[in-house]
Design a protein around this ligand. Structure first.
Ligand SMILES: [Zn+2]
Length: 339
């Protein structure tokens, strides 16, 4: 076995056998922002053999303060985060196979994204995706590790369907829009990202090597600025829980997909196509090019219109930056991409 892992193998709880299990594992990282970038770095250094990284966004300069995997060049090139993560992981540990998926996680793709993974780790920044992941994981009996961080505060717990409470056992309903702090309204400092992702990745390693007895079995809450560390012990799942008790998967089964969303911390709106589709980026760019300057790379096309920056991805999603007005963003989408 590669000497790269010698110090980790010396750690008795992992050993040679545990290392082999890590090498043979596949983990899905849902969202490659601050938490996800940190997961990708730690899991690849630890030698988790396969990482599937899904993220809908591209790297910006405001990310660099806390998203450790990314560089200025990634922001200049507007690389999708999943693609930039793949590039960086290849430099860190070329033995790790990274599958980069530039897409929005929604109810049409979440079950196939988790299907052949040993574990799912939450790096997303929004509750809708977390409830969707919770539904999909409970339904398909997959373990996932919830994590969230904003300001100097973060929280995490590990969900093992049938054995521990699920996300909806603890937080029955999604918080109302505008009711909780976001990175946009309250900011965020990097040390809380490092703390929460460290707990999540440690749980991931324990799970992948089968050391179930060492899991923390709690809702862990950390405020790294005010020095408050809390653990609320978790016991049995709630038998009345809509999701894991009654097996109603309301987020997974939702008819109406959310086609548009104001993005956290971005002064930007994402518009998704009503049906999954693939855009021929080269011909789209050449159509636009006749009327305006267009920038492109293999993942996206970008142009400016009325003081707003429009980025269109291969899956026909667009991020319109410079507004948080969904109607205005939808009208730009309709003009240039179609409905
Ligand atoms: Zn539950």
């Amino acid at each position: 076995m590669n000497e790269r892992y010698s110090r980790q193998i010396l750690f008795r709880e992992i050993g040679r056998e545990g290392q082999q299990k890590l090498l043979d594992s596949r983990v899905l990282i849902v969202g490659c922002g601050a938490l996800g970038a940190s997961h990708a770095e730690m899991l690849s250094r630890a030698g988790v053999g396969r990482l599937r990284i899904v993220d809908r966004d591209f790297v910006e300069f405001t990310n660099l303060q806390r998203q450790t995997l990314f560089k200025e060049q990634d922001a200049e090139q507007r690389l999708p985060k999943a693609a930039a993560a793949k590039k960086r992981v290849a430099e860190i540990n070329s033995e790790v196979v990274v599958e980069e998926i530039v897409a929005d996680v929604n109810n049409s793709n979440v079950e196939s994204l988790i299907s052949d993974c040993d574990l799912i780790i939450d790096g997303t920044d929004n509750f809708l995706v977390r409830y969707l992941v919770n539904d999909a994981c409970v339904k398909n009996n997959k373990t996932w590790i919830y994590g969230a961080a904003v300001s100097s505060y973060g929280t995490t717990m590990t969900v093992i369907p049938g054995s521990t409470p699920c996300l909806r056992c603890i937080f029955e309903d999604m918080p109302d829009a505008g009711s909780s702090p976001t990175c946009d309204t309250s900011g965020v400092i990097m040390p809380i990202i490092s703390s929460i992702s460290a707990v999540q990745v440690t749980e991931a390693i324990k799970l992948l090597i089968g050391d179930i007895d060492s899991l923390h079995r709690s809702l862990m809450q950390i405020d790294i600025w005010s020095n408050d560390w809390h653990r609320i012990k978790l016991t049995e799942p709630n038998s009345d829980c809509v999701c894991c008790g009654q097996h109603k998967y309301e987020f997974l089964d939702a008819e109406a997909r959310e086609f548009s969303a104001v993005l956290c911390g971005r002064n930007a709106v994402q518009i998704a196509p009503p049906r999954p589709t693939e855009l021929d980026l080269a011909s789209f760019a050449s159509r636009l090019n006749s009327s305006m300057p267009v920038k492109q790379n293999e993942y996206l096309v970008r142009f400016d219109i009325d003081g707003q920056e429009v980025t269109v991805f291969r899956d026909a999603r667009a991020i319109i930056k410079g507004t948080d007005d969904i109607a205005a963003a939808r009208s730009i989408y309709a003009r240039f991409i179609g409905t």
